[in-house]
Design a protein around this ligand. Structure first.
Ligand code: GTR
Length: 430
């Protein structure tokens, strides 16, 4: 007799007429059901309640801060000449997140425009001319995959199987250098005065179902096997925590404007950027690129990837409770527009791609619209549009959105919109 097999997952729906009516919970609602009408009540009452719903039902409890130290080798700063002779500073540091024997080491790579000021002492308010805004993003295949610069340290961490990325026996090789460079246009951004920081997500939580024992969760004293509590964080919670720890270090650098660090992420790491921005309001701007299900896309819309599919294929990303909403998305007390609303009143940018139907571009757009009342409480414009803009057109003042022509990816065109938006919304303090 064959072992009991799980029932097959339903085929994804790509028919807009089959989505049905979607009624969303109000993101401005507090714990007693009252919808708040002021920015103050949002901050004090509704936001904490909505954040707790996301913790309980989707991402798991937030993890507490821990000290970050620079591990052996210190901080390496090298003057480099990037493509086109662009002068920049390449910074590499190995950070120890937390303490104790199980603390994880994370390699951080940062490029800075060469002119960035080394202010004598970082002031408490942070900003000021000369210090640069920075985009911080976790990556999928190691820092060395983000750019062809041969001075980038080759990651020795476990990597998922990926022949095209030069991964052999789950380790990067010299052939892995620069394989994802199209996703991280350093020259274009450094040339516009931005710093670019990145770290490998697998240094924080190896992206596999059994990655928990090799993750930061061990040193944080979290359970890593057996039955987990329903609100136990998984990889996304751990990655978001890691982004905050990297931020702890970034803001100590004299060249970095601590009031202008934007968190960015693509796909699963876009889900992570949104959660990191929700948990840590020090991120001055939040950018989600093609983050889809469990990211910017509404779970209640049955279009593309579903809660059933994502929690089956990636059981380690969310808290266990989320899988319980497979096929019951309409019973969730929150939805992904509440996640987007957590960014308010800070600038939020959501981007989709025309061919990335798996991530439900329309669901991402509608979530940004549905999150917008949170910005209006602050007298700021949300995304006020009935239909998505034409492809490759960016709309929105404080909540930005575009759909890039093409496939699931993060490309120079996307980054150009992000930098335009950042230039407008997080200008340097005068
Ligand atoms: C897919 C997953 C998506 C998205 C993507 C990625 O397999 O279904 O939710 O996260 O991976 O991260 O590239």
């Amino acid at each position: 007799m064959a072992a009991h097999a799980a029932p097959p997952l339903p085929a994804p729906n790509y028919d807009e007429s089959a989505v049905g009516e979607v009624v969303l919970p109000d993101p401005l609602r507090g714990p007693d059901g009252t919808v708040v009408t002021t920015a103050d009540a949002w901050r004090r009452v509704a936001r904490p309640h909505q954040l707790a719903l996301l913790e309980t039902h989707v991402y798991g409890r937030r993890l507490p801060p821990r000290p970050v130290t620079v591990a052996d080798g210190g901080v390496e700063e090298v003057a480099v000449s990037l493509a086109g002779g662009l002068p920049a500073t390449r910074v590499q540091a190995r950070l120890r997140l937390g303490d104790g024997p199980n603390a994880r080491l994370v390699d951080v790579l940062l490029y800075l425009p060469r002119g960035a000021t080394r202010a004598a002492s970082p002031g408490p308010a942070g900003g000021g001319p000369g210090r640069v805004p920075v985009f911080l993003e976790l990556n999928f295949r190691g820092n060395h995959a983000q750019h062809g610069d041969p001075g980038i340290r080759l990651s020795t961490s476990w990597m998922p199987k990926d022949d095209a990325a030069g991964i052999v026996d789950h380790r990067a090789t010299e052939a892995s250098r620069g394989v994802n460079a199209r996703r991280w246009p350093v020259e274009a951004l450094v040339g516009r005065g931005f710093g670019m920081a990145t770290a490998y997500c697998g240094d924080i939580f190896p992206d596999r179902a059994d990655g928990r024992p090799d993750s930061v969760l061990v040193s944080l004293g979290r359970p890593v096997d057996g039955a987990l509590p329903p609100d136990e964080p998984g990889a996304i919670g751990a990655w978001a925590w890691g982004l905050s720890r990297i931020l702890d270090w970034l803001v100590t650098l004299p060249e970095v404007d601590p009031a202008r660090v934007a968190v960015v992420g693509h796909s699963r790491l876009g889900k992570t950027a949104l959660w990191a921005g929700a948990c840590d309001e020090r991120f001055a701007m939040v950018v989600s690129n093609n983050s889809g299900c469990g990211g910017a896309a509404l779970s209640r819309r049955n279009f593309g990837e579903t809660v059933a599919v994502i929690t089956e294929r990636f059981p380690h990303w969310f808290c266990p409770a989320f899988a319980g909403y497979a096929g019951r998305e309409r019973e969730l007390p929150c939805d992904q527009h509440t996640l987007l609303a957590m960014a308010a009143p800070r600038p939020l940018y959501v981007s989709s791609a025309t061919e990335d139907l798996w991530a439900d571009p329309r669901g991402e757009f509608l979530a940004a619209v549905a999150a917008s009342p949170a910005w209006r409480l602050f007298g700021l414009e949300g995304l006020d549009a009935a239909v998505p803009p034409r492809p490759d057109e960016s709309i929105g003042d404080r909540v930005g959105y575009h759909t890039r022509t093409g496939a699931h990816d993060i490309l120079l065109e996307d980054w150009t919109f992000f930098t335009d938006f950042a230039t407008r919304t997080i200008p340097a303090a005068r």
